[in-house]
Design a protein around this ligand. Structure first.
Ligand code: MRU
Length: 333
């Protein structure tokens, strides 16, 4: 990749501000965990694994900057991070892991505790890089030369610490010499498909065609799509999947048109503590993101808006989960 989504440098976090893409490639750098939390809320840093990695680094950066490793301080950082975005489990998973590491070392010196927090955050990041590679390798088994793939939202390098989840499969196929075509749903209302997936795939010279979300059904009916691959923000014990709003509609269309539907997902995105997708908290975004998207007013003043950021796709629509440890057969017949 010729860009770095997230990077620890000099005890600070450096990230690509995804709200500025594709027009500008702007990097931000901070050693203030409050600024990192704001960046997560504003979707400057987004995508389930990337949010988890940023959360991990936030602990170490916060403790280092404040030179405070008291339990009160660390648990307060944890609470603030956990309140930033509710749906992606990777955030809560990383926060729990960092708090556990803190408890393991809390009787050591301040220097040791801070070192261990940085070490654990880097482990979370490095493990994500490996998980992306594993997903790419296993997912590529499902795809043959010349296939056309539809994806929704951005589950690429911009959403992870490595080469992505859904897009990792595409990058791995390319590295294996397979020629693929990709259709990217624009992904209303924040256009992660148009702004991020299209940009990211262009950077890597992948043949990508941008479509409006409501074009996907037509392409499927015309037999133009061989596979659908999406990422996930949370997978519950029964196999239900929360992902970007619109994923459910794509999954239903895929089933109707007999097109396999895959969810590319690292271990950090499984939440086996929840039985079904009905228990997942779905983030709701502000009305302005719909009525005044990117500063352009497209709806009357005062209109009521409902804008869930994610939806749940029931397990029965999923052909395979492409995980870092292998392919897991889904419930779709
Ligand atoms: O609101 P976002 O942009 O954070 O939503 C991201 C998605 O829905 C991704 O598909 C998901 O996090 C998987 S990223 C590997």
């Amino acid at each position: 990749m010729n860009f770095k989504t997230l990077e620890l440098t000099d005890n600070k976090l450096r990230w690509i501000d995804q709200t500025k893409l594709p027009l500008e490639v702007v990097y931000k750098i901070s050693d203030d965990y409050n600024e990192i939390i704001t960046a997560i809320k504003r979707l400057e840093i987004r995508g389930a694994p990337a949010i988890g990695i940023a959360a991990g680094y936030s602990f170490a950066i916060a403790a280092h900057k404040a030179q405070d490793v008291s339990e009160k301080f660390i648990l307060n950082v944890a609470d603030q991070l956990n309140a930033s975005r509710p749906t992606a489990v990777n955030l809560f998973w990383a926060v729990a892991r960092m708090v556990e590491m803190y408890h393991k070392y809390k009787d050591e010196s301040k220097k040791v505790i801070i070192e261990e927090l940085f070490f654990e955050a880097k482990c979370i990041h490095n493990e994500d890089i490996e998980m992306c590679l594993g997903i790419g390798k296993h997912g590529a088994e499902l795809i043959k030369d010349g296939d056309t793939i539809l994806t929704h939202c951005n589950a690429g390098a911009l959403a992870t610490g490595g080469i992505g989840t859904a897009l990792a499969v595409i990058y791995t196929c390319k590295a294996q010499g397979k020629t693929l075509k990709v259709f990217a749903d624009e992904t209303r209302p924040l256009l992660q498909g148009a702004r991020l997936t299209a940009w990211e795939l262009q950077q890597e010279n992948i043949d990508v065609t941008l479509i409006t979300d409501n074009t996907a059904g037509m392409l499927m009916r015309l037999g133009k799509i061989d596979h659908v691959i999406v990422g996930a923000d949370r997978v519950t014990a029964n196999g239900d999947v929360a992902n970007k709003i619109g994923t459910y509609a794509v999954a239903v269309l895929a089933k109707e048109n007999n097109i396999p539907f895959y969810v590319a997902v690292p271990e950090s995105t499984f939440d086996r503590s929840l039985e079904t997708g009905d228990e997942i908290i779905i983030e709701e975004r502000s009305s302005e993101e719909v009525t005044k998207g990117f500063g352009n007013q497209t709806a009357p003043d005062g209109v009521k808006v409902y804008s869930p950021a994610f939806d749940v796709t029931p397990a029965k629509y999923i052909s395979y989960y492409i995980t870092d440890t292998g392919l897991k057969k889904g419930m779709r017949e």
